[in-house]
Design a protein around this ligand. Sequence first.
Ligand SMILES: Nc1nc2c(ncn2[C@@H]2O[C@H](COP(=O)(O)OP(=O)(O)OP(=O)(O)O)[C@@H](O)[C@H]2O)c(=O)[nH]1
Length: 308
Amino acid sequence: MLEQANNGDNTLMASPQLLQGGLARSERHTPSVPTLTPAMILHRLQTTLELEELLEIFSNALAGMVPHDGLTFDHPDMGIHISQGRLSRHVCSYNLMVERTEIGQLRLLRGRKFKEPELIALEEALSMLTYPLRNALLYRQALTSAQTDPLTGLLNRTSMTRMLDRELAVATRSGRQVCMLVVDVDFFKQVNDTHGHQAGDHVLVAVAERLRALTRKSDMVFRYGGEEFVIVISETDAESAATAAERVQEVIRSAPHTLDAGQQIRITASIGVAMQRPNDSPASLFKRADQAMYRAKNSGRDRIEWED
Ligand SMILES: Nc1nc2c(ncn2[C@@H]2O[C@H](COP(=O)(O)OP(=O)(O)OP(=O)(O)O)[C@@H](O)[C@H]2O)c(=O)[nH]1
């Protein structure tokens, strides 16, 4: 079993490694696949910025030279783990770099050992992959930042509309309902005015963290804008939604927030709740939850109000 690490400055290390998992011997790609010229491989790799598609192209282009059962790609800092084909006994692993920047680890898997000429061919192919791979990672980074709020790291309003569209359709098909909570921090302007904008930012980040920690994996938390957050609970009912709203209210007001200067401040939030109705769009559902939130504000704040 071989593990290679190509770190981009021509250092190559080899050490034995055995992968836990399947012991499949049949290869996903067989030697009958035609061998491509380097120019053809490079051309194909430059046809996409989608990471999964790029790796698929790479895997297919490699098939004639280095038959394999599967391929994995990992970039832990970007939270990326892609696995194509299947796990197999022998693993050939490369840490890829471009201009001294790590761009992830690529592993090739198959049931029999990789031979020396195959490793040479693989390294040649990898040298063609690195720049297209770097570009695909940059593209993914750009897409992610367009979807997230830079201050809190939560998904932003644009993402909310897109994801809610899908959630509403799924819930309609399954005969269940989506619930929306609009959560607006009370008297937030006072936090800024009294403690400064940096402290205000700090509170927003802390609120986002509390909401994220509270919500289940299937729930979605968005920063709608300013000090307004939206929680979307998939496939729920009114009783569970009420419990969720109480938990949100509690988690925000329970513990004080400690500012950088050491002061502690307590904050509360006004919460509006709306349940999905037939033919709801993201906008109509949001409108009812938002109106309910404003009623909570007008009724004294630190309250939960339901849609009409
Ligand atoms: N620090 C900080 N402040 C923000 C941010 N976005 C919006 N704000 C401020 O949040 C404040 C919101 O004020 P208002 O809309 O009056 O709301 P409020 O003071 O919370 O009052 P109520 O909602 O009525 O309880 C404004 O002063 C905005 O400038 C941000 O990202 N960081």
